[in-house]
Write a protein that binds this ligand. Structure first.
Ligand SMILES: Cc1cc2nc3c(=O)[nH]c(=O)nc-3n(C[C@H](O)[C@H](O)[C@H](O)COP(=O)(O)OP(=O)(O)OC[C@H]3O[C@@H](n4cnc5c(N)ncnc54)[C@H](O)[C@@H]3O)c2cc1C
Length: 495
């Protein structure tokens, strides 16, 4: 799709979920597309989320009906597009006597059930915590709860699946490539980009630029476009802690707090429970986001208010943080700022900025972006992403077990758990990765657990993996189980 002279219709700055979703949609419509990501794909906020494809029950309290409806509708769309990395999840919302009354919870869930075009996900129900197994880990004062459905997603893989599909359709995906400056001259953008490790920056040209730099969107406006007085997004850090499995069932809890916030406790990678998140004001000058002492205490305390067995700081095996680029709508409290996205066209030049957004709405955001792009440069193609699988997702929803059985019968030397993990990660692309392998020895060096060289080579070749961290934390979620020694062994493969 790239024209001979390094010219593209669209240059996208940022390889998070929004940049990659737009690249996929745009190239599928016939635009020529180049995406530049300064670090690794999903290296920003898009790998640090709570990993939910959800309507956001709490946003109903802020009357964000458009956002909730659009998000609810997207749950089943994205599940069908990528049934390997998306799964339905039941949420248990205990009634807390001092907080929201039961009638309000029922009303919220009634809306949640009926405004979002739910077809496959089960409706909400009430639960007697005194007799149901989901009540067992909770303190006895919690007697009733409500259960409802949303979906879980492997966030960073969703980004990478979009980038892979975009690349297969002809987009030029450049990782470790920073956009340094952009100047609009004689009807096109002159853009200077620098590839990590290369001494000389390069110039490419584009008809239009999409600024999808997430938390860095304002920084890009200042540093790349040389604009002043920029204050479009509010940066709010959210942190999660991971502890050893706190309960045996596969449902998730949503706990209310007296400060009006909610916190999730979600089963994570079979052996763990993920607890989060927080809302803390953040500045890019603070560097890579990290959980603070206050956030750690807050999450432990809130979870301990509900669980019989308290959550102690010493239980934490891992923590991660990300920064929400929330549209600066003037709300006073961080949790009240809108989670909706806003696309803003620059008045004088072909530049479109993205402020805010959620993983859940990335596909709809990309569709809205296409309307704006068509109005600025030229119209190209029609909406197409709703019914098209992401790489590896071409099987039925709820078909994971069947796919794992099929993979195991084709590659009988795989352990059952290994086959299941490969299907959960790669879907039907697991066979591309395994190729002609006929015995364990064909998988090459084992780096730890069931991660072998063949898989790592596949990730290097098809998924832009450049380091042990890319493999362990964004292409797979094996990092949490890896020892230092195993990580070092893997890192050596990357030099
Ligand atoms: C704690 C937390 C929990 C969340 N939970 C959920 C959830 O459960 N469900 C949900 O739907 N949403 C959730 N979100 C929101 C969601 O994660 C974000 O809205 C989304 O990931 C933002 O994606 P993005 O592509 O806009 O930004 P990012 O993923 O941050 O991508 C921007 C990219 O731009 C790159 N970049 C910046 N400057 C340059 C440059 N000059 N040149 C090249 N590249 C550049 C960066 O390196 C970065 O990778 C959560 C967010 C947080 C923080």
């Amino acid at each position: 799709m790239r024209q001979a002279d390094n010219h593209y219709n669209i240059l996208i700055i940022g390889g998070g979920i929004n940049g990659c979703g737009i690249a996929r949609d745009a190239v599928g419509r016939g635009y020529s597309v180049c995406l530049c990501e300064e670090n690794d794909l999903a290296g920003g906020t898009s790998s640090a989320s709570t990993k939910l494809i959800h309507g956001g029950l709490r946003y109903l309290e802020h009357y964000e009906f458009r956002l909730v409806r659009e998000s609810l509708m997207e749950r089943e769309v994205i599940w069908k597009m990528a049934p390997h990395i998306v799964k339905p999840l039941r949420f248990v919302l205990p009634h807390h006597k001092g907080l929201r009354p039961k009638w309000l919870l029922r009303l919220g869930l009634f809306l949640y059930d009926y405004i979002g075009g739910r077809k496959l996900l089960p409706a909400s129900t009430s639960v007697d915590l005194r007799s149901d197994e989901v009540g067992k880990p909770l303190k006895p004062e919690f007697e009733t709860a409500f259960e409802y459905s949303d979906c879980w997603v492997d966030d960073s893989r969703l980004v990478i699946m979009n980038a892979m599909d975009a690349a297969e359709r002809g987009a030029d995906i450049r990782t470790h490539t920073k956009v340094l400056s952009a100047r609009y001259e004689d009807g096109k953008w002159q853009v200077t980009i620098a590839k990590a490790g290369k001494s000389k920056p390069k110039t490419i040209t584009a008809d239009l630029i999409v600024n999808a730099a997430g938390p860095w969107v304002d920084e890009v406006l200042r540093n790349v476009f040389g604009m002043n007085n920029i204050d479009n997004v509010r940066l709010v850090r959210g942190s999660h802690i991971v502890i050893k499995k706190k309960f045996q069932h596969d449902k998730c809890y949503i706990f209310q707090n007296a400060d009006d916030r909610i916190v999730f406790a979600i089963p994570y990678e079979d052996e763990y429970t993920l607890i989060g998140t927080t809302d803390a004001e953040h500045s890019l000058e603070d560097g890579k986001p990290k959980i603070s002492r206050e956030e750690t205490k807050y999450l432990c305390k809130l979870a301990s208010d509900y669980f019989k067995e308290p959550v102690l700081e010493s239980d934490i095996v891992w923590a991660y943080s990300g920064v929400r680029p929330l549209y600066n709508d003037g709300a006073s409290a961080a949790q009240e700022a809108t989670r909706d996205y806003v696309l803003v066209k620059d008045g004088s030049q072909p530049l479109i900025n993205i402020f805010g957004g959620k993983i859940t709405t990335y596909r709809k955001l990309a569709e809205s972006m296409m309307v704006d792009i068509a109005s600025v440069i030229k119209e190209c193609g029609a909406p197409w992403t709703k019914e098209t699988h992401l790489p590896g997702g071409d099987f039925a929803v709820n078909g994971l077990e069947q796919e794992a059985t099929k993979l195991k019968s084709k590659y009988p030397f795989l352990e059952t758990e290994h086959a299941a993990r490969l299907v959960r990660t790669y879907g039907t692309c697991a066979t591309t990765m395994l190729g002609e392998a006929a015995e364990v020895a064909d998988l090459g060096t084992c780096f730890g657990g069931d991660l072998y060289q063949l898989e790592v080579e596949y990730l290097k070749k098809y998924e832009w993996a450049r380091s042990a961290e890319d493999v362990l934390f964004r292409r797979t979620k094996l990092g949490i189980k890896f020892t230092k020694k195993q990580t070092t062994k893997l890192a050596k493969l990357f030099g």
